[in-house]
Design a binder for this molecule. Sequence first.
Ligand code: FAD
Length: 704
Amino acid sequence: MAQHADNDTRDERGITRRDFLDGVAITAAGLAAASAAPHLTGAEAALAAMGDAGSSSAQVPPGYYPPTSTGITGTPDPVIRNVLRIDGLPNPNDPHSTKGGPGIETGKARPVDDDYDLVVVGGGASGLAAAKWYQDRFGADAKILIVDQLPDFGGHSHRNEFHIPDGGNGGADLMLLRNGGTVNLDSIGNWNKPAGGLLDIPGSYGQPAVDMLAFCGVDPNNFPSTTGPGIPSSYGMRAMLLFPAADWGGSDHVVRAKQASQTWPAFLATTPFSAQAQADIARIQTDLTDWIAVKDGPKTDQEKKAILAGITYKEYLKHYVGASEEAALYYQRVSHGLFGAGIQAVQAGDMWALGNPGFDGLGLTDDIFAGIGRTAQQDLDPTGGPTRAWPDGNTSLLRLLVSKLIPNAFGDVNGARPDQDTILVAPCDYTQLDRATNSVRIRLNSTVVDVQPGKGRRRRDHDARVTYIVAGARRAEQVRARHVVMACWHRVTARILDDLPRDQIKALDYSRKVPLIYCRVGLRNWQAFADAKISSVSPRGNSLFWDSTSLSAGVRFGASYGPTPNTPDRPATLSLTVTPDDPAELTQLASYERGRQEMLAMSFQDYEDAIVDVIDRTVNASGGDFEPERDIASIMLNRWNYGYAYELCSTFDPSLFGPVADQPHVRARQPLGNVAIANSDSGAFAYTHSAINEAYRAVQDLPG
Ligand SMILES: Cc1cc2nc3c(=O)[nH]c(=O)nc-3n(C[C@H](O)[C@H](O)[C@H](O)COP(=O)(O)OP(=O)(O)OC[C@H]3O[C@@H](n4cnc5c(N)ncnc54)[C@H](O)[C@@H]3O)c2cc1C
């Protein structure tokens, strides 16, 4: 760190980091602290002995292990409270609002630690990647602090680790893993394709995300197999559709999902849809009419795509294909998983590119077009594979990254460093993440409330100052750094980074996020599901809370994990997902805000009731005997208040027609002095590779 040598020798108390690291400053107080806290190294014990004067109060106790936390995880209540104080309440009527919350009063912040080369705000994929890219650019000995408000590192990549007594194995503890957030590394083949699309996606920066896989030892072409044996077909488990009474009248209808051997009319005859709606749905699924030509006369390929880019999928189905409102209910939620909103708010061309029904007769070519969204563009490339997943989602990639950045945090597995297979079972010691002797430190449970870019001519004013509040602490703490990367959400950056130009604040504020819930239920057994022969439930209509419910057992990953048991008397996991939204809101942004309102108004008890409700109406209504108190071991409700980055939708965001440089996320991510801006928000692209690429770009944006 030659460039920083002048700045990193002394803090305001005249104590140097290097003094500690060399051990010469270990005092009597330090020795006493060391004997009282044997898990601390000598240097850290000295810091601890300084108490209020120098060390952060964010240290986590031995045994701290957030992957096993139950109840509301993802974004827990105290963090939500802080986010609302920084960013304000959701407001669907004013989705572009630049008005923030009341703010967080810090009082006089206590300086802690010595100066850093880099402080990263946010420890998700982008923040962790920023640390690696910074080392590459400024040197491996750079002193880096990553600060995150969550109890765990990884942001949206959160590991759910269940330990359930296994009745089929004498009650021995069984570990079952699930992803609490990010699912997979999507379309890896696309990551380093040269730019050239209208939107410059994918491949904006070429190689970084691919390089990150290599750095972490992940080989997509030689990836551990995830093909578990699953639930044996002899159990006759079936995927079911639920047509709730509230949408269709009478009582609930639980219907088997369409099978490949069935014709559409034969399947639809088993549903409560009216004859008219059945005919409409069959037409959407199978008719090869060019609906645009019928309505608007002959059009070229690009003209048709321009029409689709300007309307929603629901408008297309109703106005062009002639579907009734009732028929549209069959499709209402199909866009939730990727867009976080219903078909009234997503662009028709994107839905075509993603392979949804109703477009086959248009004869469109597989080329991108003006206004196409980023996810659709990525998906349209037939050579975009492979997609890879660990049982705990992309958390494994980030655990591998942390095992490289902070080797002492991850133990060996079978005498070797964790690799892409064994990382799944590698132990993580969270007490090692924030040690003074690390070159990279991760400070958890710490909400950053103010970032002042460096300014002024005097040397001590060059550094940026980052102020944060540790959960439960009395006083704010402050660290100084030569550089800062904001890897938190754009709307938060808009409110905590000082001196931003007004136009940039507006652009940052545009990045509303998709609210999502991935709920994982650890089951002691799944006998009730076996008796009802139900493996999954998808609702139709709008009234049921969950978008999907599915059972998982018999999972295997590589040589390190599984196969997990797959008989009904033994533990399994149930997964329930939803993107809360409002089907009456026309724009995605308003729909997100309405969904966020709903999500935040629900207590854990409400969520539990919603879990039991769907099981009751399907499994128990079909011959199962599910007893929540008997059959549920624990619940991990991964609630993501600020989930996917908003990718823009051409129907409502004309800027998506280009040029890219004028789009809000590009105007938002401009560096400010010695502070640069990362996060997947700054790519308007809700993927781990985008988060990693944007971190790379942000680190290159920093002044030398
Ligand atoms: C449920 C879910 C499923 C997903 N599935 C996939 C998938 O399968 N594949 C895929 O590629 N992508 C997926 N994504 C998209 C995901 O957003 C990206 O993959 C990526 O994880 C985003 O990383 P990030 O660092 O940009 O943001 P985040 O992961 O959100 O990290 C930002 C961090 O900043 C922290 N922060 C915010 N404000 C502050 C503050 N004031 N002080 C301190 N810290 C702060 C937050 O706590 C957070 O940890 C999914 C997202 C969700 C929510």
